[in-house]
Design a protein around this ligand. Structure first.
Ligand SMILES: [Zn+2]
Length: 198
């Protein structure tokens, strides 16, 4: 068992563990999610999953090369769902599931306003999957992953971070959502990491 569950922000250890286990069970309707979760669970390094209301979902990777048995921390709010924008330009042939924001008519970007094509919501479980996708990215090549966040001179690598997000969104988040939809669970999807509506 390579997941170490840590409760945060006032919830009990049992509630944290229950929320995580329930999310994994939900995600395992997707074969890709099932495979990734099982690979991470069987990994010989320990992945800390901090669970609590009000946390901002993220993965904190080890910033220095280390032999430590621990490979960073995922922070996850089991109550947080992400509203997304589905721009038709980017959208392959997929059905759409509207959410509460569907009626909002415009979005603003780069100084222009354009009609919204669709809104949707990515549930908390898939937000967790996104962060686990980052863990997988890190484990695949820790040095390269670190380099995509910080340049050798210590400066932030903005383009590198975008690359990490683009790869994770396309290779993990989208296919998992499509598999969950195929299994009968409807939810929103974003075809670009930055198509968020919150
Ligand atoms: Zn991310």
């Amino acid at each position: 068992m390579a997941f170490r569950i840590q409760a945060a922000n006032g919830i009990s250890g049992k509630d944290a563990l229950d929320a995580f286990s329930k999310a994994c069970k939900f995600l395992e309707k997707s074969n890709l999610a099932k495979e990734i979760i099982s690979d991470l669970r069987d990994h010989n390094k320990i992945i800390t999953i901090k669970v609590g209301p009000g946390l901002v979902d993220k993965y904190r990777h080890p910033t220095q090369p280390t032999d430590s048995a621990f490979v960073g921390t995922v922070e996850w709010d089991p109550g947080y769902a992400l509203n997304v924008v589905d721009k038709v330009k980017k959208r392959p042939q997929q059905s759409w599931v509207p959410n509460k924001k569907e009626s909002k008519p415009f979005w603003a970007c780069c100084g222009t306003r354009a009609p919204i094509d669709h809104y949707g919501t990515i549930p908390p479980e898939v937000c967790l999957m996104h962060e686990l996708g980052h863990v997988l990215q890190y484990l695949s090549n820790p040095d390269e992953f670190r380099g995509l966040f910080r340049k050798p001179d210590g400066m932030e690598n903005v383009l590198g971070k975008m690359e990490v997000e683009d790869i994770n969104t396309a290779a993990v988040e989208q296919p998992v959502i499509l598999e969950l939809r195929a299994a009968g669970v409807n939810m929103g999807i974003r075809w670009d990491y930055y198509h968020t509506a919150d």
